[in-house]
Design a binder for this molecule. Structure first.
Ligand SMILES: Nc1nc2c(ncn2[C@@H]2O[C@H](COP(=O)(O)OP(=O)(O)OP(=O)(O)O)[C@@H](O)[C@H]2O)c(=O)[nH]1
Ligand SMILES: [Mg+2]
Length: 247
């Protein structure tokens, strides 16, 4: 394995004019210090934001020449935006990271180092392992619904992870590119489908404890989006069962 992780950072961003500048500012100042990582590309994917997300992102292109901003006319969802970033990324490693920087950039070096140590194709950041460092917790209701969603995922799909939804995942492009075209989930449950396809492809997936801090102004509605995510996982699983039975 190459000693340096050549990495593209993909940031899905919807109405993020207020949270994104701090996140990109930190990337400008910190990326040189990320041990073992070479930041080759940063792709911000803004689909139909009603605010100045694309413009404020583009202001960083002078200091971050690796930056490109993809602006789509219509809102298509986080999963759609992530998929578009994954398909356009050029580096061997791709970090998918939320615009709110709940997980600090320094954790990219940690994921890379774990992959280097243990081998593997995908490393997912986790807020729910004993060594995870949750600096500021979510509200009780968000945490409770998140845990319930996790139990649902583990029960229905058999995925063993404690936290599939943390917005900080490092994936090896050459390992995942064969199934990127099969991803269908456009909204918040994209991670579950991605992990299921990665498991089907026999990829090695590491769940790595990360530091995480709750940020206000979430784009996720705990009830409506929670319900939509549960429905999506149920449909995914039914579709997979049907495929297994009839093929
Ligand atoms: N491009 C795009 N990005 C989105 C969309 N919906 C959410 N996102 C991004 O997805 C990321 C996660 O959104 P957050 O609001 O932080 O939600 P979360 O981290 O899953 O949940 P919290 O723990 O409540 O913060 C952010 O970078 C959002 O801008 C969307 O429709 N399109
Ligand atoms: Mg968040």
């Amino acid at each position: 394995m190459n000693s340096l992780f050549e990495t593209t950072v993909v940031i899905p961003a919807f109405n993020e004019q207020d949270r994104l500048p701090r996140t990109l500012e930190a990337l400008c100042t910190e990326h040189d210090g990320l041990s073992g990582v070479n930041l080759a590309e940063v792709i911000v994917v803004d689909d139909g934001s009603k605010d100045d997300t694309s413009r404020v992102a583009a202001l960083f292109s002078g200091r971050l020449p690796q930056l490109s901003v993809v602006t789509l006319e219509q809102n298509c969802g986080k999963g759609f935006a992530v998929r578009s970033g994954l398909m356009n990324a050029q580096s061997e490693w791709i970090l998918v990271a939320d615009a709110d920087m709940s997980t600090p950039w320094a954790e990219l070096a940690k994921l890379a180092s774990e992959l280097k140590k243990h081998g593997g194709d995908v490393a997912i950041g986790s807020r729910d392992l004993p060594e995870s460092d949750v600096v500021l917790r979510q509200s009780f209701i968000r945490e409770y619904l998140g845990r319930t969603f996790n139990v649902l995922i583990r029960t229905l799909t058999g995925l063993p992870f404690r936290d599939t939804q943390c917005g900080f995942k490092l994936v090896r492009r050459s390992s995942v590119k064969s199934f990127l075209g099969d991803l269908t989930v456009d909204r918040f449950a994209w991670d579950v489908e991605f992990l299921l396809l990665a498991r089907d492809a026999d990829l090695e997936i590491l769940e790595v404890p990360v530091s995480w801090e709750h940020r206000d102004a979430s784009r996720v509605h705990p009830i409506f989006d929670g319900f939509d995510m549960a429905k999506t996982v149920l449909c995914l699983q039914l579709r997979r069962l049907r495929k297994r039975l009839f093929s």
